[in-house]
Design a binder for this molecule. Sequence first.
Ligand SMILES: Nc1ncnc2c1ncn2[C@@H]1O[C@H](COP(=O)(O)OP(=O)(O)OP(=O)(O)O)[C@@H](O)[C@H]1O
Length: 303
Amino acid sequence: MRAIETKQLKKMYGSVPVVNGLDLVVEKGEIFGLLGRDGAGKSTFINMLTGIVQQSSGTYSLLGVACPNAQVKKRIGVMPEYSALYSSMTAVEHLQYLSSLSGKPAGKQRCIDVLHSVALAAHAHKKSREFSFGMIKKLGIAQAIIHDPELIFLDEPTSGLDAESVLVIHQLIIEMQKRGKTIIMTSHNLDEVERLCTRIAIMKAGQIVRMGTMDELRAFYRQTVKVRIKHAPVPAAQREILYRWLKTAGTKLEIAECYTTIHLEEEKKIADILRAFHHCKTDVYRAEVAGPTLEEIFLDESE
Ligand SMILES: Nc1ncnc2c1ncn2[C@@H]1O[C@H](COP(=O)(O)OP(=O)(O)OP(=O)(O)O)[C@@H](O)[C@H]1O
């Protein structure tokens, strides 16, 4: 079953398309990562799917049901971007209250169990006015899952949390997936996305510019091979000829005194590069060939 399907989903603010006609399918059971620089449109996209923002055009369905739909809302969980908390209510009281609003009131023990799963059980009975930023964030995740939803939206679930809490949240996300839940998450933590997500979409200016599993993204980029060469300083008389040649041989050339990095379309061009250095009377000490990391893919795409 499809957890999410959007067709040409669009949001305009004035004349600016902030989300520009997105077609996306997320299958049930996926942990789907949305990446993109600040302002790429990730939150707006999620806000449309969760009914917080109304789309300008296009359609979407959640859990196989055309939306917006009040019944489906009960089957999804949303971590709020900014939690509006009642200062005199404890964590447990918040969860009890919020779950009752969702139509699936949670008992005290269920609340404590969920707080435990987000590493907040120790503060279960603390009033929210005494909460730190990290505690508020964890309560936001607890709020998203308290009613045991099938589809969970997490907007930067671990940003600002300490390392131990990050691990607890990662474990929670993995366990939820094992229980058949679908998770869609945004993150600026590329390691996290790489570790957790079954598929990743990279957003830029309201559009998805690249999407796939980590292996697919890597395979796509494997077409360009990054070669980093450590070499002797290039003799002044040879510089122009070598640099001109390198520019025609590859893309994304970075030149420093004794290091040159170049992206090549084909691996077999590496030999030509090394010959060019030799021809220009420059000793090569080391040549490293690297596939792209997710960070490089992300930065390339969102430039
Ligand atoms: N209510 C609004 N009115 C006008 N413009 C808005 C509104 N909400 C968002 N925008 C603009 O839409 C664009 C996308 O914002 P959005 O918050 O969706 O990006 P994002 O990818 O989630 O960024 P971040 O990673 O910083 O959260 C930005 O240029 C933002 O300024």
